[in-house]
Design a protein around this ligand. Structure first.
Ligand code: NAP
Length: 245
């Protein structure tokens, strides 16, 4: 069975590693090619967009793909929409592997917002010193906020426009609890802005915000795709195994 893994996440790499060398499975992992130094999965990989729904559909036919696992990031909505449509057209079975979002715990002061523009608007009155961990895209929404200071953490440098009062920190997860504690203290952080990515690799900052009683502005996820959804790599492997029978 030839499986296309739409990747760019830890789960996608874990799935490729789990299927590597397993009799009856052949995988191709696909990356968008956004990062300067991507962490490559085990096994065969390809890099770059497919060219929308039509391009992906053609690729599935040309490469004789038997199943697609969309293990992209929960906020990568365009490629997920493409996968849903291309698989429906070509009749290739699709499973979307989505880690669950985060849930608030006692003591949390979370402000859920639908977009980064809404996140920027929500900052008024919540705190002046902001830890911004929403990724490289969409930071223009925060550029007009002259009354705030930002610690912006991204993997690769973001493109302007950016806030004028800011410090850029280039780093990639996983992030430890102690490391996040140090960062909040060193920069006297008053409010955290993030998106509801879910998973343990970047959750420590939420624990620190809770410990310090700080507000969190959380961008809500795009709507769930109309597809079979699994929460874990183990569930995904079971689904693939049922397809082989
Ligand atoms: P997106 O908005 O959903 O996708 C934009 C375009 O990039 C797609 O239309 C597709 O181009 C191409 N693309 C995206 N993922 C691809 C993949 N795995 N393989 C081949 N082409 C892909 O995605 P995004 O939010 O820019 O994220 C890009 C990648 O970074 C994703 O693979 C995602 O898993 C990873 N990532 C995203 C985030 C995030 O916060 N968004 C965080 C961590 C990792 P074509 O239309 O030409 O096919």
């Amino acid at each position: 069975m030839k499986v296309l893994i739409l990747g760019g996440t830890g789960e996608a790499r874990e799935l490729a590693a789990r299927l590597d060398g397993v009799a009856g499975f052949e995988t191709v992992s696909s990356l968008a090619g956004r990062l300067r130094e991507p962490v490559l999965p085990i096994g065969t990989a390809r890099v770059g967009g497919f060219g929308g729904v039509d391009g992906l559909g053609r690729w599935l036919r040309d490469e004789r793909v038997d199943a697609v696992v969309d293990a992209t990031h929960p906020f990568a909505a365009t490629i997920t929409d493409s996968a849903v449509l291309a698989c429906a057209r070509t009749g290739v079975p699709l499973l979307v592997l989505r880690r669950p979002g985060w849930d608030p715990e006692p003591g949390d002061d979370w402000h859920r917002v639908p977009s980064l523009t809404a996140a920027a608007a929500a900052l008024e009155g919540l705190g002046e010193r902001v830890f911004l961990t929403t990724g490289r895209g969409g930071l223009a929404a925060f550029a007009p906020l002259d009354g705030h200071w930002f610690l912006i953490r991204t993997v690769d440098p973001p493109d302007p426009p950016l806030p004028t009062r800011m410090r850029l920190l280039l780093d990639r997860g996983p992030f430890s609890l102690d490391g996040e504690r140090e960062l909040f203290a060193a920069h006297r952080i008053e409010v955290l802005v993030t998106k509801d990515s879910g998973g343990p690799m970047t959750a420590a900052k939420l624990v620190v915000a809770r410990e310090l009683g700080l507000p969190v502005v959380l961008q809500a996820r795009p709507p769930a795709p109309d597809a079979v959804i699994a929460a874990t790599v183990a569930e995904t492997v079971s689904w693939l195994e049922t397809l082989t029978r």
